[in-house]
Design a protein around this ligand. Sequence first.
Ligand code: PLP
Length: 441
Amino acid sequence: MSQSADLHKRRTAAVARGVSSMISSYVDHAAGGTLSDVDGREWIDLAAGIAVTNVGNSAPRVVEAVKRQAERFTHTCFMIAPYESYVAVCEQLNALTPGAFEKRSALFNSGAEAVENAVKIARHATGRPAVVVFDHAYHGRTNLTMALTAKAMPYKHRFGPFAGEVYRVPMSYPYRDGLSGPDAAALAINTIEKQVGADQVAAVLIEPIQGEGGFVVPAPGFLSSLATWARGAGALFVADEIQTGFCRTGDWFASTFEGVEPDLVTTAKGIAGGLPLAAVTGRATVMDAVHAGGLGGTYGGNPIACAAALASIETMRELDLGAAARRIESVMVPRLRELASSRPYIGDVRGRGAMLAMEIVVPGSATPGTLTAERVHGRGAPLGATPDPARTAAIQKAAHEAGLLLLTCGTYSNVIRFLPPLVMDDETLAQALDRLESALA
Ligand SMILES: *Cc1c(COP(=O)(O)O)cnc(C)c1O
């Protein structure tokens, strides 16, 4: 029996079934763009642990910083006995997030925890209850963030009842609604005004490019129209940059591409080279509205995670990983478009930087009536096509057999997404695309 098969047997007897794994091989070690399993097989990594290891696995500066910090102290709890690295991470976040205004940050452990805290802060600062979220949104798996997340299976199925005062409105989805950004925003805003009430809204919470929901890039002008509306309505515009952040889309944060300055930004995933860390960063007036002791947690801003974050940010600067993400886009997108041109089941190629995807559909089919566009036109949508989750799963399986680690996503489970570590070299990237092409065959 292979070592992985052996481990899998132990796992089945020890690990809860609800926690599943995409592949059944067990990892031995990993580097910039590859992963080696315990049976000596090498994989090309187009997952980066879900957009986490932007600086690569075991990045040299991160390893060094973690070792050094682990020898000094491992935990004191920032709420008990503070330390410099927590402050330094907050300084970096305040400087790097969009918006030339005075900011404050607070550190947490996971993306979901950051989103929960952003909602706490927004409600406290505005004195209002309602949180507006979007179709296809993903914000986490805790009780409040399940309510914020759109997709029922597997995230919410039989886990309710969910937190209240969460309202879902239509998302701009150019492939499926055919609307301009401002028109899609008008539709969302009309829904908010009629069904929530502008004066009840604490926060409009949105991923600048949706992650788990299908790498949906809103049409230009959608985010900025919403941000302008929120400002006028006295609501906060909150950007969930947990997946898009830290050079992933070609700049430090994706909001920048739309010229949007969110009141609050949530970050996690790419922040610390694989160590668990998350943050809420935002306007000083909003962040400091909360009373002393109102925010925190035992582990939030753990010193080893903070040391890793500082080393990761330094690596991103030193290697200019924003430019690296743009280079990855310039290599991958022409190749993906070429693949799509002779394969009508690739309905759309989209994304930005090193956050790219293709949507798999039934060629020549019409969009089913459940999608956003039906709300717009009161009939079947004019664009897009029937999602094909079965073919999507088959492509993913073939990629895994070819040694290519590939993720899917999307409300309809029909989107293949590409999230290479930003340090992946051109040769490995080209090899990954070759393996993808053979998987499509
Ligand atoms: C992954 C993700 C989260 C949740 O982060 P966890 O660390 O898994 O809790 C929230 N929002 C977005 C956009 C994400 O991609």
